[in-house]
Structures are given as C-alpha cells and as structure tokens.
Design a protein around this ligand. Structure first.
Ligand SMILES: *[C@@H]1O[C@H](CO)[C@@H](O)[C@H](O)[C@H]1NC(C)=O
Ligand SMILES: *[C@@H]1O[C@H](CO)[C@@H](O)[C@H](O)[C@H]1NC(C)=O
Ligand SMILES: *[C@@H]1O[C@H](CO)[C@@H](O)[C@H](O)[C@H]1NC(C)=O
Ligand SMILES: *[C@@H]1O[C@H](CO)[C@@H](O)[C@H](O)[C@H]1NC(C)=O
Ligand SMILES: *[C@@H]1O[C@H](CO)[C@@H](O)[C@H](O)[C@H]1NC(C)=O
Ligand SMILES: *[C@@H]1O[C@H](CO)[C@@H](O)[C@H](O)[C@H]1NC(C)=O
Ligand SMILES: *[C@@H]1O[C@H](CO)[C@@H](O)[C@H](O)[C@H]1NC(C)=O
Ligand SMILES: *[C@@H]1O[C@H](CO)[C@@H](O)[C@H](O)[C@H]1NC(C)=O
Ligand SMILES: *[C@@H]1O[C@H](CO)[C@@H](O)[C@H](O)[C@H]1NC(C)=O
Ligand SMILES: *[C@@H]1O[C@H](CO)[C@@H](O)[C@H](O)[C@H]1NC(C)=O
Ligand SMILES: *[C@@H]1O[C@H](CO)[C@@H](O)[C@H](O)[C@H]1NC(C)=O
Length: 533
C-alpha cells in the first residue's frame, strides 16, 4: 500500500524569498483541559517558531499574520518577503509575521526525532487555532518591545491558503475580538471524507486532449484489471509493460499510476515557485511519436489494448500508451515506478498497530494524522459517478485510500468531520472574512466556491472572489487559477516574470478591502452586517 498524496499545499520550485531569523514563542501544549479527547492532559508548554519582517512597520500599524499550515514555516518565507502580505504590510505600514503550526517544522511539543500516536493527540485544528489566538494576545516582538503589538490593542489580520485558509477563517469566527479580519485563500472550510471531486477541476480545466488521454489510459487499465479479474497472465503482462513486479497488488499498481495528477496542484503562474510537470505529463501522453527510446514489453501492447476492448491497431493509442509507460518508468532511471515509491512507504507499519509505534516527525506524519482524525479528503476513483470517465482507477476505493489510518495510527473510526464543519462548512461566512478561490483549484470543491453552490454577492464586509486566469497568461498554457494564486508575488530580484493581470487585480482588491476593514472598529461591522448573515 502506498500513502496517497495528501498535502494540501504543494509549492515546488526554487524560491527567491528572503530568509528570516527564527524566534520562539512559548504556548500551552493543551488549551482544552475540559475536553476528554486530549486526556491525559498536561500543563506544560512548548515553543512555536515564528519569523517576522518589520521593514514596513511604523508605530500604530497593524499585524499581518501568515498561518503556515501543514508544513515547515520556512516554506512560507516567500509569502512574507514578496507576496500579498508584503503588499499589505507595505501599504498599511504593518508588521508581517509567519507563525508555524504545532507539530510541523520545529514546533513540536515533544522532543526527539519521532512521535508516538499518543503524543499526536494535541495535534488538532482547535488546539492550533488556540495557539494563534494566544500568540496574538501575548507575543512581544524582539526589538519592538516598546510597542504593544498584541491583539486587540493592535489590529491583527490573518492570512492563510488551503488548510491554513480554513484556519484563518475559523480564527476570525472563534476569536473575533482577537482577529480583526481574515483572508482565506483556497480555504478548505468543508471537511469531506470521500473527496473524489479533487480530480474534477483537473478534468474540467486540464487541456482537453490530455484529459481525454488520461481518461482513456485509465480506462484501458481498468478494463484489463476489472473485466479480466482472474487472468493473472494478462495482469502480469500489463504490469511488466510498466516495469512493475507481477505480484504487485492491483490497487498499489493503479495507485502508483495516479501520482502525476498531483502535479496539477503544484502549478503556479510564477515559474519560480510553480511546477511545469503537469504540462510535461500531458505532452508525453499525447505525443504522436515515441518519447522514450526503449519501452520493455512494447510487443504486448496491442494484445493489452485488445483485451481492454480497444482497437489494437490504433497507432495514436499505441503511442499514447507507450509514452505513458515511458513517462511512468523512464528507461534512463534505474528505479522503477515501484521502487520510486518505496521511500514514501517507509513510515508504514503493516503489522497490527498498537498505537505505541514511534513515527518519524514529518509533515506527512502530522498531516495524515489530521486527515484521519478530523479532515478526511480521501480521494477514491470508485466514487466517481458512472457518467464521468475518471482520471484515476475505479479500483481505488475509499477503504484503500483510508486504510493507512489504521495501519499507521491504529485509527479505525472515520475522521470526525463535524469538528470542522460545525464552523459552517461550505456555508462558512463571517464579517471581515474574505473567501478567495481559484477556478481550477483541485481543492475548490471543499470551499465555499465549490461547483454547484449558489454564488454569493461580494461585499467589503465579506469579499467573495474567484480568480480565473486565461491559458495565454499562464506559462504552461493551462487555463484557470489553481491553489491560493493570490498569495505569492514576484520578488524585486526576479526579472522577466509578468504577473497575470488577474492576479494583480485580485491582490489590489485584497489590499483595498483590508484597508476598509482597518478603518472599522469591531462593533460597526458586526452590527452593520447582521442583516446579511
Ligand atoms: C534579493 O537578493 C538578495 C541577494 O541575493 C537577498 O539578500 C535578498 O534577500 C533578496 N530579496 C528578496 C526580496 O528576495
Ligand atoms: C527555540 O526552542 C528550541 C527548543 O524548543 C531550541 O532548540 C531553539 O534553539 C530555540 N530557538 C531560539 C531561536 O531560541
Ligand atoms: C471547552 O472550553 C471551550 C472554551 O474554553 C469551549 O468552547 C468548549 O465548548 C468546551 N468544551 C467542552 C467539551 O465543554
Ligand atoms: C494543571 O494545573 C491546574 C492548576 O494548578 C491543576 O489543577 C491541574 O491538576 C493541572 N493539570 C495537570 C494535568 O497537571
Ligand atoms: C488471458 O488473456 C490472454 C491475453 O488476452 C488470453 O490469450 C488468454 O486466453 C486469457 N486467459 C484466460 C484464462 O482467459
Ligand atoms: C528492459 O529490458 C532489458 C533487457 O531485457 C532489461 O535489462 C531491463 O532491466 C528492462 N527494464 C525494465 C525497466 O524492466
Ligand atoms: C516527457 O516528460 C519528461 C519528464 O517530465 C520531460 O522531461 C520531457 O520533456 C517530456 N517530453 C515530452 C516530449 O513532452
Ligand atoms: C483501428 O485503427 C486502425 C488504424 O487507425 C484503423 O485503420 C481501423 O479502421 C480501426 N478499426 C476499427 C474497428 O475502428
Ligand atoms: C480494506 O483495506 C484493508 C487494508 O488494505 C484490507 O485488509 C481489507 O481487506 C479491505 N477491506 C475491504 C472490504 O476491502
Ligand atoms: C464529533 O465531534 C462532534 C463535535 O465536537 C461531537 O459532538 C461528536 O460527538 C463527535 N463524534 C464522535 C463520533 O466522536
Ligand atoms: C447551507 O445553506 C444552504 C442554503 O442556505 C442550506 O440549504 C444548507 O442546509 C446549508 N448547509 C449546511 C451544512 O449548513
């Protein structure tokens, strides 16, 4: 079994961000002594890391806090040095700060290189939100001791993308006296157990020819494995064409084939932070000529097509299949599809889990735990409605995509998504919370911008913006905005990158309405928008 791709915020590429000095902030490990889920309780504290940029700060200015979400806070430097928060800080003479999330980066409540499942019990959304509230009320920034920058004496505006986007929305709603406003970008306010819709924006916005190729190739493999369930010879032929051991489990095999889809989310309008890999993938599987010189098992391909019910002499189809095989298992690489994924599997313990195993401290360990306990977002192909041709195999079912919860953490009950959705889910709204989305974001269907929901009127109190960027203004030529595309910006060191006008417009709109918020006091907005709620 492989651990599926679960990180919400994949940013790749080299960053041109400035670096910042890390500081520690001491916070209680357990903010909720009244809740049994955290028993046994503790009164101990631990250090959260934070970094700040006071270059634009002038006395009286606000604080803009970037929620770092499910990754090392250093991965967010880009957003502090040259993103929307930089623009906000510059415009309103504010202080920008990144606060790391508990159990990520170096902000762990327990020392050592690994954690037990029991140690993970304080990793929850509400405990993290309480950290942010406690931080805003108590932090003293080194070098700025003479100023009271704590909330509510100083207005705090929270910014977050993806999981952190949901967090900042909840922060404002749960702690309205502490957070003056929040910008929630691609904020996944709805926790969903069966999130098959992850692939829908890819299907709807990916290049048509490429999507059709993915659907056809997926169907060919499904027809072979599903329609000939007992023909092991045929299955071996298929797997050996992909350079995979014939005793590889069918679900593991098709799950491995779904990995390139994860690169869609890593796209960004800025080549310095975004990945071009989805375009490479598309170019490979739609190329009419062989992309790779050698593909073992080529001779078996017509037979495989035939068994799948396809035209065995369709040269375009043969080329697509051959190049797909080459892409998944490039002949030049010494490692096969299988061995490439083994590294990701090393955390796994397939033996009877007892809950006492030590797990390595990593983003994956922590985020997957949050998935298993509160968030869900399993992405089965089997749930795709029959009228839609899926982008991943229908063999990948909910049980398969969620079984790591039991095998790694010993968690056999479904995640309690009520813990998240009680804050509003798709209907989430709150005064001075902006809901920003991207048309082609795979996470869109977990946000208030999900397809099929009624649109909302955007107001200054509750801005509601869906960013779209036409194909000609994205460097990989794929239309639609993806994951929190308003969060990053070009650094002064970067040349030759043209920021799409849609991004420029979204960012200036954010700067504008945050300015409106900063001119308001709490009572005004809350009473003023009561009738809109
Ligand atoms: C620009 O580059 C200089 C020198 O490499 C570096 O010190 C600075 O932090 C960079 N600035 C930004 C905003 O990335
Ligand atoms: C922050 O605290 C950790 C221990 O929690 C320590 O290892 C680290 O050196 C501290 N960093 C700073 C900048 O004080
Ligand atoms: C625990 O206390 C918090 C406020 O500190 C409250 O919001 C929450 O509902 C309480 N939980 C229980 C189970 O009583
Ligand atoms: C935490 O401190 C309070 C007040 O001193 C005490 O009543 C409580 O028993 C302590 N809890 C734990 C788990 O030590
Ligand atoms: C298995 O598939 C192969 C290739 O299509 C075919 O030749 C063979 O007859 C099949 N075997 C069985 C038992 O159906
Ligand atoms: C392809 O076939 C060659 C020759 O039989 C073999 O040496 C090589 O390991 C095979 N490669 C893969 C990826 O199966
Ligand atoms: C195929 O994909 C590889 C790996 O990303 C890439 O380097 C190569 O340029 C692609 N080839 C074509 C023809 O698209
Ligand atoms: C199969 O594909 C070949 C080559 O494109 C074509 O000539 C032939 O008509 C196709 N056969 C069927 C049954 O569609
Ligand atoms: C669910 O997944 C587990 C682990 O992969 C497997 O052992 C079990 O047989 C599966 N159950 C069903 C009903 O598919
Ligand atoms: C899930 O969380 C909700 C909200 O806290 C709670 O009422 C409910 O009992 C929990 N469900 C389970 C199965 O623990
Ligand atoms: C969201 O709002 C719609 C319409 O206002 C309502 O029908 C629906 O039940 C709400 N959903 C939730 C989860 O509150």
């Amino acid at each position: 079994m492989r651990v599926p791709l679960l990180s919400l915020s994949l940013l790749t590429g080299t960053t041109l961000a400035a670096t910042y000095k890390a500081h520690n902030f001491s916070t209680p490990i357990d903010h909720f002594h009244n809740e049994t889920r955290y028993a046994p309780h503790t009164n101990h504290t631990f250090n959260l890391r934070y970094w700040f940029d006071a270059d634009h700060y002038e006395p009286g200015g606000p604080v803009f806090v970037i929620a770092a979400g499910e990754t090392n806070g250093e991965d967010r430097f880009e957003f502090l040095s040259n993103g929307i928060v930089t623009q906000l800080a510059a415009t309103y003479h504010g202080l920008g700060v990144i606060l790391e999330h508990r159990y990520y980066g170096e902000s762990y409540p327990f020392p050592g290189d690994d954690v037990s499942v029991e140690d993970l019990r304080f990793l929850s959304t509400e405990q993290s939100l309480a950290d942010y509230a406690y931080f805003a009320q108590n932090v003293v920034f080194p070098g700025l001791e003479e100023f009271d920058l704590t909330a509510p004496n100083t207005p705090w505006i929270a910014y977050g993308g993806s999981y952190a986007g949901a967090q900042v929305a909840f922060m404002r709603k749960l702690y309205p006296d502490i957070f003056h406003g929040a910008v929630s970008s691609s904020g996944v306010t709805a926790a969903i157990v069966d999130y098959w819709k992850y692939y829908e924006p890819i299907r709807n916005y990916g290049p048509v020819e490429c999507i059709e190729a993915i659907q056809t190739l997926t169907d060919i493999i499904d027809r072979i494995l599903i329609d000939h369930p007992e023909n092991k010879t045929l299955h071996s032929q298929l797997k050996s064409a992909f350079g995979v051991e014939s005793d590889t489990d069918n679900k593991d095999f098709v799950n491995g084939l779904s990995t390139p889809l994860g690169t869609f989310q890593s796209r960004n309008w800025d080549p310095a932070v975004g990945s071009y890999e989805f375009r490479h993938y598309c170019d490979n599987i739609t190329a009419p000529d062989p992309v790779y010189p050698v593909t073992n098992g080529t001779a078996s391909l017509p037979g495989l097509l035939k068994a799948a019910g396809y035209n065995a002499s369709d040269t375009a189809l043969l080329a697509s299949l051959r190049n797909y095989i080459g892409y998944m298992n490039p002949p030049s690489s010494s490692s096969s599809t299988e061995s490439k994924d083994e590294d990701e599997d090393k955390n796994e313990d397939e033996d009877e889990p007892t809950g006492n195993e030590r797990l390595p401290k990593s983003d994956g360990t922590s985020w997957n735990y949050q998935v298993c306990t509160e968030w869900g977002y399993f992405m089965p192909g089997s749930s795709v409605p029959p009228h839609i041709k899926p982008l991943i195999s229908r063999l990948i079912d909910l049980n398969y995509t969620s079984s790591f919860c039991n095998s790694i953490y010993g968690i056999s009950t479904p995640p309690n998504i009520t813990l998240i959705n009680q804050h509003g889910g798709f209907n989430f709204s709150y005064p001075r919370v902006a809901i920003i989305g991207g048309t082609a974001d795979p996470w869109r269907d977990a946000t208030p911008h999900a397809e099929g929901l009624p649109g909302r009127k955007s107001t200054d109190a509750e801005p509601f913006m869906l960013i779209d960027v036409p194909a000609e203004r994205v460097w990989d030529g794929i239309r639609g905005a993806v994951h929190h595309w308003d969060q990053n910006g070009v650094s002064s060191n970067q040349t030759g990158v043209e920021v799409p006008v849609e991004i420029v417009a979204a960012q200036s709109e954010i700067v504008r309405f945050v300015g409106v918020w900063l001119g308001e006091d709490e009572e005004e907005t809350l009473s003023g928008s009561a009738e809109d709620l």
